[in-house]
Design a protein around this ligand. Structure first.
Ligand code: ZN
Length: 446
């Protein structure tokens, strides 16, 4: 409203001015050198306005000319960095796609277009790794350590390289340094834990485990299980050094963390047996059997129960069966003891229970059951043909469960805290090896 008012005032003033000048044309004379100009005041006013507008336009044009080189330079630079970032992106895509040649080409392009060495270093290192040049990759990762923002990435690259070549000592140093930069990294906490455990530094592993528990989404049960394995590792070390009492305490602690850790139960039972404490050893095995029956516990139990002949073994096996009648290992224990005691009927009943529960499928001690069946046919009935058929079935039956590495597939008869092949901590689980061929068994049985 105020603006509109102002506009009217100015327009009125102008109109009045024009009318006034028209009413009072006057005379203006300008003498300069040999020239004389006679004109009216109105024409002079118009001439002055034209002169002012022309001067303003010329000034704008001059400004444009003086600023143009800078603008052109900026535009050129912008285009260059756009091309550089495009090459960087293409390089990353090539790395992800595993295209070594393209990655190398794009990294060269990005490097020449972008004046940001830290940004291209990572791509250079990845491209070098794709080309199988670990030495060059290491150089680039090391250069990244000089840049505060890239240091963590550089350490990660070097750490992965050290782990790949099996240099655990360097890997642990790098991992600890990286943890100093980023204490909240979950994968780093897990890596430090794995390296500490692999190095057998169980106290360090226990410390690292606290961080793993806080930073990862592992359940409390998983963390307790790992702590139990670490404690078992400490117990085995203590036993090797002759500190039996410490070894027993540590094994008991391990079982407090994870009562179903059957290897800890077997280890503790052995320690107690060596200390002439068979009654306690028997208790330990019974507790373990009720939770997770395992064939490794059987011979130990017969020893602890002083079951020296077949009939005593049957009595001992009956105690185990009553603790966990649903487990095929309880029936195998009964069958093995009954065979020794020549109680053929009992042996057959329990072997049939194992064969029926597994139905020819992987998942239990099928081969053991078939081998015992062969022994039964021969010892009970003297039927060598039937015995041979059972042995043939056993040969193609799914392999019995063993300590199987969930990481590399290695199969072992002995449990160790690390897989003997790939060195992964706590990777061995009691499971059927994948070589099982249930379809062959079914064909033979039909
Ligand atoms: Zn393995």
């Amino acid at each position: 409203m105020a603006r509109l008012f102002l506009f009217f005032v100015v327009a009125l003033a102008l109109a009045w001015g024009v009318v006034w000048v028209a009413d009072h044309p006057g005379q203006m004379s300008l003498v300069w050198g040999g020239w004389r100009i006679d004109t009216s005041a109105g024409v002079l006013g118009v001439a002055l306005i034209v002169f002012a507008v022309t001067a303003a336009l010329l000034y704008r044009f001059w400004l444009f000319l003086t600023r143009a080189p800078g603008r052109i330079g900026m535009a050129f630079k912008e285009r260059r960095s756009q091309k550089g970032y495009k090459a960087l992106t293409k390089g990353m895509v090539a790395v992800a796609a595993g295209d070594a040649e393209e990655a190398k080409r794009q990294v060269g392009k990005a490097d020449s277009l972008l004046n940001e060495p830290p940004l291209t270093l990572l791509l250079k290192a990845q491209a070098a790794q794709l080309n199988g040049d670990e030495g060059a990759a290491e150089t680039f990762f090391t250069l990244m350590l000089d840049d505060a923002e890239m240091e963590f990435l550089g350490l990660r690259g070097l750490l992965n390289q050290a782990m790949k070549r099996g240099d655990d000592k360097t890997a642990l140093e790098l991992a600890r340094r990286a943890q100093g930069l980023n204490g909240k990294s979950a994968w780093l906490a897990e890596t430090v834990f794995q390296l500490e455990a692999r190095a057998g530094s169980w106290l360090g592993a226990d410390e690292a485990l606290k961080k793993v528990g806080k930073l990862t989404d592992f359940s409390a049960r998983e963390v307790n299980h790992r702590r139990a394995v670490a404690l078992l590792g400490q117990s085995v070390e203590a036993h090797k050094k002759g500190n039996t009492q410490d070894a027993i305490k540590l094994a008991q602690k391990a079982l407090n963390e994870d009562p179903a850790l059957v290897v800890a139960s077997a280890h503790l039972a052995r320690l107690l047996m060596a200390g002439d404490n068979a009654r306690k050893a028997k208790d330990v095995i019974e507790k373990a059997w009720a939770l997770a029956p395992h064939p490794d516990l059987l011979a130990l139990y017969f020893d602890a129960a002083k079951a020296t002949d077949g009939l005593k073994k049957v009595t001992a096996a009956q105690a185990l069966l009553s603790l966990k009648s649903s487990s095929p290992y309880s029936h195998i224990a009964m069958a093995a003891a009954a065979l020794e005691a020549q109680l053929w009927g009992q042996a057959r009943t329990h072997l049939e229970a194992v064969l029926e529960s597994s139905g020819g499928q992987a998942g239990g001690p099928l081969r053991t059951a078939m081998t015992l069946m062969a022994r039964l046919e021969e010892e009970d009935c003297g039927d060598k043909d039937a015995s041979r058929v059972w042995l043939a079935r056993a040969a193609v039956a799914p392999a019995d469960p063993a300590w199987l590495c969930g990481h590399c597939g290695h199969v072992d008869t002995q449990w160790t805290p690390h897989c003997p092949k790939c060195k992964t901590f706590d990777a061995l689980a009691w499971a059927n090896p994948p070589s099982a061929k249930p379809q062959d068994v079914l064909r033979l049985q039909s």
